[in-house]
Write a protein that binds this ligand. Structure first.
Ligand code: GLU
Length: 293
């Protein structure tokens, strides 16, 4: 089986325990399947990139014993490619310019899964007096279904639950949903393993892949690591930053979080952790992510 997995951190800060869990799951799954594992920096919104974050993430991954199969990619190098895909979607009338502000949509949009539903104001052309701000994908009324490797069957009617969604933002940057679909396609990613906060985005990505005629990767979403208040860990949660000089306890904690069998107690080095983890990784043991869709 061909297997190409990836880890796609946003360089907006340092990796924390939650990012480590996602990295361990995608890396071990790739190694277990004799696959490749690629790194990509999700820096499509260049204004959010923190100076030094890319180097910091590479140093951290290296200290934890991760090995990536090719030079890391960066979304900021792909601006022209995203624009070419946006132009194609516009030419084929699969997308349209929208002149609505967030406030206007909030005022009239019915509540949806990820904010108010777009009311369709600019779907058939910009109303007089509006100037183009963002670009939205035209979403038809059909249900997207897929079976997540860890979360099980998922279905979403993107039109009814999300609406025509933004693929180029008002500030000119490609939206994450577009960038990730283009990235996964040109990198020939076959397996996506990532945090369950992106479970509700996956039907949008499948929808876009279908419109663009791209092949679909297999998806697996792992449960999120939450803080004591139940919130997803964030990059500025300094308390959960990873310590580089003693990676093994964090790796073992990530392994345990992923529901895996206990490893031999005499592991003293990161390389031993990875060879045992690769051998013993069991996708069936990954806990089911609940409450995200
Ligand atoms: N950049 C996203 C994050 O840091 C991950 C995106 C993805 O895996 O598709 O959470």
């Amino acid at each position: 089986m061909t297997y190409r997995g990836r880890f796609a951190p946003s360089p907006t800060g340092r990796l924390h325990f939650g990012s480590l869990v996602a990295a361990v799951a995608s890396y071990t799954d790739a190694l277990h399947h004799q696959g490749e594992w690629l790194l990509r920096f999700d820096d499509v919104d260049e204004t959010r990139t923190l100076p030094g974050a890319v180097d910091g993430i590479l140093t951290t991954l290296d200290a934890f014993g991760f090995e990536w199969s090719a030079e890391p990619a960066s979304q900021s190098d792909r601006v022209d490619l995203y624009q070419a895909i946006l132009d194609r979607l516009l030419t084929e009338d699969l997308a349209f310019y929208c002149g609505c502000s967030r406030k206007e949509i909030e005022a009239v949009g019915r509540p949806g899964t990820d904010g108010p539903l777009y009311p369709g104001t600019c779907r058939n052309g910009l109303p007089r007096g509006k100037r183009p701000r963002s670009i939205r994908l035209r979403v038809e009324n059909k249900t997207v279904r897929f079976v997540d490797r860890f979360a099980g069957p998922v279905q979403q009617n993107v039109a009814q639950q999300i609406g025509d969604f933004v693929i180029r933002r008002a500030d000119g940057f490609a939206a994450y949903q577009l960038a990730v679909v283009v990235d996964d396609s040109i990198e020939n990613i076959t397996h996506v393993v990532r945090g369950a906060d992106l479970l509700e985005s996956t039907p949008r990505q499948l929808y876009l892949q279908q419109q663009l005629g791209f092949t679909y990767p297999v998806y697996g979403h792992i449960p999120l690591v939450r803080d004591a208040c139940g919130k997803k860990l964030s990059k500025d949660d300094a308390a959960r930053a990873l310590t580089l000089n003693n990676p093994l306890p964090s790796l073992l904690a990530a392994w345990q979080f992923l529901g895996q069998v206990s490893l031999a107690s005499d592991i003293t080095h990161v390389s031993e952790f990875w060879s045992e983890a690769t051998r013993l990784w069991s996708p069936a043991r990954v806990p089911i992510a609940t409450g995200e869709v």
